[in-house]
Ligand binder design. Sequence first.
Ligand code: KIV
Length: 266
Amino acid sequence: MPDITLTTLQSLKQKGEKITMLTCYDATFAHTCCEAGVEVLLVGDSLGMVLQGHDSTLPVSIADMAYHVAAVKRGNNGALILADLPFMSYATTEQALSSSAQLMQAGAHMVKIEGAAWLAESVRQLNERGVPVCVHMGLTPQTVNVLGGYKVQGRNESQARQMRADAIALEQAGAAMLLLECVPSELAAEISQAVKIPVIGIGAGSATDGQVLVLHDMLGLSLSGRSPKFVKNFMAGKDSIQAALSAYVEAVKTVTFPGAEHGFSA
Ligand code: KIV
């Protein structure tokens, strides 16, 4: 796979070709995802749940993230590596700069932070200093205790209006990408059209510029035995992980995943 850069992702959006992203936490899966053609490897703080067995992402540290980013980098073959800044590691702009430095030096090409327009100043300073930023909006798992659970966001008109305005403000501040989690499909479609930067969805319908899933979820692996509505088990009917990963890439590119049953309404 040729090296995927921010420019590649921007041109995929312009061409209307969907962007493929999966979470990835180690070298072997990085290698296997690249062979399947996954364009963006997200070293997500979901590793706190799927690797470490916690019940949220809050216990994950910047050292944990740097360790897994370095492992993914060793197995990577051309994908863009996106890394989560964990809980409270970007509470101030100073912290965002210092935490991002650690993940970029470990091998990330872009960092992801969760929130809304309040992040604009951090986004601006990171971008000016050479760190592309993806802002994760909608259901932001690091604020699960404020949200009162893992719930769909943007369902009422005032929330929806705020999310659209925040997305535009973050693009203007220099965000390189947005990620929308558990947002009504129609709102996600409107935001994707309203901004020029790529918008990736998870539980946000098929009209975003790309899709992401947690690797373990799409391989049908779950500690609880339950999986969210927006997940499809790509291992079903497949005899290898490689075949499941390739089926995911194919389904995202041909817009056969996600289906209407994986999305939410307002
Ligand atoms: O950490 C993660 O895996 C994520 C995805 C849910 C998008 O942020």
